[in-house]
Design a protein around this ligand. Structure first.
Ligand SMILES: [Zn+2]
Length: 276
């Protein structure tokens, strides 16, 4: 695969080049100089690579770098979904290359191979591959069908979402779901049921979503990672969001999907506009 001959998705950090609301695929002849390139695949008859530009980009609006979080989020729009999938792969791969620049065994600088889908250590000949770290996210309801939403300390003050966390070595996904929820809220779970998954390359996760019924409802947050949690009815959630007192996860996220699938549709945002 001649990566230089590919059209390109342009990645900088967790942002991608977009144009007029769509993911931009820059023709090979118009690509900016790149310091990293990796093959993404054949898209609509075009060979497409992801590239990280070597320098600053001179962008003419409406072309712009947009954060992958929340971009191309209309799940009912097939074109947006395709854009999001390609952009997610591009950000995930670029992030992995940045983090795999040195061999974890001996520290030698690694070199990309196989169209950028592996990196080899020239000192010991070991190949390293992109990795994905599993994390679970759990939408919990109680016997009255109230939803547990929590605030975690590293999010903005009004952002509430489901409890989530990384899977630890030796755990099943279901065990991780139960442990995270208990550690962060003190709540124990009855049934835990798979609800869907989403790649989440911030920096290298896949979020595995569950729905669960709480066996206990008394909340005991740790006050450090999780600072607040509450059981909410649908009208209570709608009122808080409409009043601008609660911000939900971005459109297009599995967290938002889990809320909407419980709520029974979109929760109108602070401007009264049903959001995607
Ligand atoms: Zn090595």
């Amino acid at each position: 695969m001649d990566l230089d001959a590919c059209d390109a998705v342009v990645v900088v950090g967790a942002t991608v080049l977009a144009d007029s609301g769509r993911l931009a695929i820059v023709p090979a002849a118009a690509r900016p100089p790149a310091r990293l390139a990796f093959y993404l695949g054949r898209v609509g008859g075009r060979e497409v690579a992801g590239i990280v530009p070597a320098g600053d980009l001179a962008l003419v609006p409406p072309a712009a770098m947009v954060p992958l979080r929340g971009a191309f989020a209309d799940l009912n729009d097939e074109a947006a979904r395709a854009d999001r999938e390609l952009a997610t792969a591009a950000v995930a791969m670029a992030t992995w290359h940045e983090r795999a620049a040195h061999c974890p065994l001996c520290g030698t600088a690694t070199e990309p191979r196989e169209g950028g889908w592996s990196r080899r250590c020239p000192a010991d000949g070991v190949d390293h591959y992109p990795r994905t770290d599993p994390a679970v996210i759990v939408a919990i309801t109680d016997a009255d069908d109230r939803m547990l939403l929590a605030h975690v300390s590293y999010h903005s003050p009004l952002r509430y979402s489901h409890l989530a966390g990384y899977v630890e070595p030796g755990e099943s996904l279901e065990q991780a779901a139960r442990r995270e929820v208990f550690e962060e809220s003190g709540i124990t779970l009855d049934e835990v049921e798979y609800a869907g998954s989403q790649p989440w390359p911030f920096p290298a996760s896949i979020m595995i979503g569950y729905r669960a019924r709480a066996a206990s409802t008394d909340i005991a947050v740790d006050g450090l990672e999780v600072t607040d949690a509450a059981w909410l009815t649908r009208p209570e959630l709608a009122r808080l969001v409409a009043a601008g007192e609660m911000i939900l996860a971005p459109p297009g996220s599995i967290a938002r999907y889990l809320i909407h699938s419980w709520y029974g549709g979109t929760v109108p945002d602070a401007d009264g506009v049903p959001s995607a």
